[in-house]
Ligand binder design. Sequence first.
Ligand code: FDA
Length: 307
Amino acid sequence: MLGPVLLAAARSDTVRRIVSAAPVTRPVVDRFIPGERRDEALVAASELLAEGLDVTFDHLGEDVTDTASALRSRDAYLRLAEALADEGLGARAEMSVKLSAFGQALPGGDDLALRHVLPVVEAAAAASTTVTLDMEDHTTTDSTLAILARLRERFPETGAVVQSYLFRTEKDCQTLAAAGARVRLVKGAYREPVSVAHQRRSEVDRAYVRCLRILLAGDGYPMVATHDPRLIAVTQSLAARLGRRPGSYEFQMLYGIRPVEQRRLAAEGHRMRVYLPYGTDWYGYFMRRLAERPANLAFFARSLAGR
Ligand code: FDA
């Protein structure tokens, strides 16, 4: 029951101010976000890379309400792409972007977001790596997939994200599972109405397996983003049955969540990519992590009470 409350709070400016200012928040945030600065994220990434894990960087930010903020997001990613080019890590270090940080919600948002994100995709290609477009709430799905299609005309390696909780997603998987297409499958992290999304965990999980089957049977490159042990086991057995070798798909998990499992899968020979967020605008991301797991909230509440 707490999940929806936390997801509503994730979009409240008042709660944002209170949570961000509380001194006890920081140590809890640190578990999920290795730092606010790019150099801190690069240090965290080099540690993961040294252990055989790959990464996708996320410069935190979403729901910008003016063009200047959208340009700041673009510039942050351009500087990141430069750093990745210097490091020469290629596809082992890619970038994930939220189009709402690039102006998607502003008037003329589709064109604006495309204009702002295109130089980032170009810079990624110049650094021999890729960009994946994160998926936000369902009101943005059509726009994000339309921008993806435009980007893929020149950069077919641009990654998509699909959320199994949305009723529409099996169909989207069928469309997206084309040759070479990189598609990340997640359960979905936003509060969605009953008219568009499964509400029960069991239904979301069953839909995840159906989507998984479509993606693994297709010609694309599935990116299986989940911490759920049952879904990881299902992926491995489906992949074996469909003749997919490790390396023709990958696992992805979030920084700080199930790190032992991340290393176990990498040691088994799987490509395991860690989603690595950094930046000052961590509030929305952090609240979604609390909403996913009540135990995180209990830990946070104990920290607050202990002061
Ligand atoms: P589930 O929530 O059932 O968790 C399974 C187990 O994992 C839990 O029992 C627990 O052990 C552990 N776990 C999960 N979340 C935890 C947490 N916050 N803290 C501690 N332990 C936790 N969503 C979206 O809508 N758009 C997107 O673009 C993305 N992008 C994305 C990228 C990557 C790489 C990942 C891994 C996830 C996303 N997500 C996302 C988030 C996704 O939709 C989903 O909310 C989370 O992955 C949690 O769902 P699980 O599949 O892990 O299952």
